[in-house]
Write a protein that binds this ligand. Structure first.
Ligand SMILES: *Cc1c(COP(=O)(O)O)cnc(C)c1O
Length: 366
């Protein structure tokens, strides 16, 4: 079919975008494989296999006001978040997942011709959102141990004058923590630093959210998708310096956080100690997963993950092949076709029986 003439009206930098390849939905895969959804071992998206706490589903069932628009200021949620992370609520903005806040930051700062610095291998959304704004992505590859190459980032900032620098700690998919001295050096650069802490609850180090108060060029993003187990409800939040949150309030969609996400978030924060207990259980399972993986000859697990996932090098067999073989048995893991991750799969930490099923399958497949 010919291009309709109106295609020429599209924003040129969006019309030429590469299509984003979404993952196959869980239910579709279940039908294709002929395996019931409840028997699928889903270790491909770092979701919390325990899901929301009963107190959260109960709060959702009881909530009487779903026919009313949500509070555009999300005051109750922001107050609860402020108490939870120890930062004044005035610095906190909830979003439809942390992903929405990444999109806001890119649209607020970037115009066609601007640049960002990215430190791959890392989360894919930074580059994706920057390109939506027509910005150019300067990739500064991580070192072999997946630490950020601070000197190379400094040189890239000097050479390209980017507006945004994206950092992830713990990093997805390598799981490593961004060291304090590295963060301090990067914060001294003339660039806005976006620190993504989607997995900080699983780390042995404290969040840096409070440092936003002392750094006008730092934004910290967090989420309820991983530790709090409500990825499907879409709730994240950002901690921003005063000057920036003032701009974001003008910019954001009034009802960006829906009532169900807000109710679930507030109920989760009321039971924060119980979420912490689930996180401890997952951290113990992470240690057990490492021990079982290390006993396999065909897998080299990258040590020291601070997230709820483990990056693995597949030895003596094609990694994509292995991913597909696992999938036929109803076990989903993540495989990448990206530089720095050749031959790798990422395995999310699941329940005890998920680890056992995975290891059993890997024993016969590697
Ligand atoms: C999962 C993930 C997110 C997405 O968080 P949402 O709140 O679900 O949008 C953000 N950053 C990283 C590094 C992630 O892995």
């Amino acid at each position: 079919m010919n291009d309709p003439p109106f295609r020429a009206l599209l924003n040129p930098h969006l019309a030429n975008l590469e299509a984003y390849a979404p993952i196959e939905p869980f239910e579709v895969l279940s039908t294709r494989l002929g395996i019931p959804a409840e028997r699928i071992v889903k270790l491909d998206a770092n979701e919390n296999p325990y899901g929301p706490l009963p107190a959260v589903t109960e709060a959702l069932a009881r909530y009487p006001h779903f026919h009313i628009y949500p509070d555009p200021a999300q005051s109750e949620l922001r107050d609860a978040l402020g108490a939870f992370i120890g930062v004044p609520a005035a610095h906190i903005l909830p979003g439809h997942g942390a992903d929405e806040l990444l999109d806001y930051l890119c649209r607020l700062f970037l115009a066609p011709g601007d640049t960002i610095v990215n430190t791959p291998p890392t989360f894919g959304m930074y580059g994706f959102d920057a390109k939506l704004s027509g910005a150019q992505v300067i990739d500064v590859r991580r070192n072999d141990d997946y630490s950020v190459d601070v000197e190379a980032v400094e040189a890239a900032v000097e050479a390209h004058r980017p507006k945004l620098l994206f950092l992830t700690s713990p990093n997805n998919p390598s799981g490593n923590w961004l060291a304090d001295d590295a963060l301090e050096r990067l914060l001294a650069l003339p660039v806005m630093v976006v620190l993504d802490e989607a997995y900080v609850e699983f780390a042995d180090h404290p969040s840096r959210a409070g440092r936003v108060l002392g750094h006008d060029n730092l934004a910290v993003l967090r989420t309820f998708s991983k530790a709090a187990g409500i990825a499907g409800l879409r709730l994240g939040y950002g901690v921003f310096p005063q000057w920036l949150i003032d701009e974001l309030w003008k910019f954001k969609q009034p009802y960006n956080v829906n009532a169900a996400a807000s109710v679930a978030g507030i109920a989760s924060l009321r039971s924060a100690n119980r979420i912490e207990a689930v996180v401890e259980k997952l951290k113990a399972e992470r240690a057990r997963l490492y021990a079982r993986l290390d006993a396999l000859a065909g897998i080299e697990a990258i040590p020291g993950s601070q997230g709820n996932f483990v990056l693995c090098r597949v030895l003596g067999r094609d990694a994509r092949d292995l991913k597909l073989a696992l999938e036929r048995g109803g076990i989903l893991v993540r495989h990448y076709d990206k530089p720095g991750l050749a031959g790798c799969i990422r395995i999310s930490v699941g329940r005890l029986e998920h680890t056992d099923a995975l290891i059993g399958a890997l024993r016969t497949l590697t």
